[in-house]
Design a protein around this ligand. Structure first.
Ligand code: AMP
Ligand code: MG
Length: 336
């Protein structure tokens, strides 16, 4: 895989990658030198920024991400996730990372009362959010919806087996896998002694500094205008992820059909334009961004307030911005 290298002598570093759901602005407090390495992975451009010029270190993280992508991708027929789906009804022995990912997805499914539900895959596959678009007919949706529900996933941690209850049930890790992979890449780098790093996987971002006083500035993308910021978050080591209706969508008769599906209806969730979650872990930020989008402003923000170490910025259909109580001083809207 080719790897590009960019040298930034002065920060702020501004990263703008097409397709980003989050447009990041990062600034080290002391304007230190940094080095950014990028690779196309998980359908996006992943950037790793270090304080040292070490393509070898970046490569270690990229290779871990590639390894995990090969396990999780439902675009690859030979991935373990695809095997779970094609073997629905029977147990499938999986790698520890797949078991962990499924376990975390089940945890968030319970936590969000099913607003985050990886079995939404049975519905998602009937939609096509690409150009042209496809709205599944009602009877198709109804049938697909009967296969949705986390009770259809059985994870046996002891034997490392995953069983989908029956044919038709389909796991879609799209709302959590990227975050999980970013977490794992960060772990690899921390184990190698890295003391400062930002990993940006197309809007799922993890950042770490060995110095607890360090703050990172993360820009949130404007839902309608690529390249424009909605606001800036100033946060300590952790992760930020955004889910928005502008990532994958088509417009039919003036209505936007996008890729975040309400598991109760099988239809795109309505009411919000984007949700950004701040959390200690990228997998949780990723999955909760999807879930809060489905739950809507009131229920979603209530859940966020109830969770320790989780904050949110929510944008509704009228472009009004709401933040959870812990972000009062940490989020600054960008004036137009
Ligand atoms: P994200 O961009 O993280 O919000 O993830 C969106 C992706 O997650 C979609 O493309 C689907 O593959 C999947 N997805 C859509 N709706 C849901 C949902 N309610 N729960 C879990 N995954 C979902
Ligand atoms: Mg998500």
């Amino acid at each position: 895989m080719p790897m590009n290298r960019a040298r930034h002598v002065y920060l702020p570093v501004v990263m703008a990658v097409s397709g980003l759901l989050l447009f990041g602005v990062f600034r080290g407090l002391h304007h230190q030198e940094s080095f950014t390495y990028s690779r196309v992975l998980m359908g996006t451009v992943v950037e790793i920024t270090l304080r040292e010029d070490s393509p070898e270190l970046a490569d270690t993280a990229f290779r871990e991400m590639e390894r995990l992508t090969a396990l999780f991708s439902t675009y690859r027929e030979d991935s373990e996730l695809s095997r779970i789906n094609s073997t629905a009804g029977r147990p499938v022995k999986v790698s520890p990372e797949v078991a962990e990912l499924v376990g975390l997805a089940l945890k968030v499914c319970r936590l969000t009362d099913g607003a985050f539900d990886p079995t939404v895959g049975s519905v998602v596959r009937f939609w096509n959010f690409g150009p042209g678009g496809r709205i599944p007919p009602e009877d198709e949706l109804k049938k697909a919806l009967s296969s949705v529900g986390c009770q259809n996933i059985v994870l046996d941690r002891d034997s490392g087996r995953v069983t989908l209850s029956r044919k038709g049930v389909s796991l879609d890790p799209g709302g959590i896998a990227k975050g999980y992979i970013v977490d794992r890449a960060l772990e690899v780098l921390k184990k190698r002694g890295v003391r400062w790093v930002i990993i940006n996987a197309g809007g799922d971002v993890a950042f770490y500094s060995a110095s607890p006083s360090e703050r990172f500035r993360i820009g949130i993308r404007h839902p309608d205008i690529e390249g424009r910021l909605l606001g800036i978050l100033v946060v300590k080591s952790g992760a930020v992820a955004t889910s928005g209706d502008y990532e994958r969508y088509f417009i039919r008769d003036g209505v936007r059909y996008h890729h975040i599906i309400d598991p109760r209806t099988g239809l795109p969730a309505r009411g919000l334009r984007s949700v950004t979650i701040v959390s200690g872990k990228a997998y949780l930020a990723d999955a909760l961004a999807t879930a809060v989008f489905v739950m809507g402003k009131e229920r979603g923000l209530k859940l966020v307030e109830d969770l320790d170490g989780v904050e949110a910025v929510v944008v509704d259909e009228d472009m009004r911005i709401y933040t959870s109580s812990g972000l009062k001083d940490a989020f600054t809207p960008v004036e137009e």
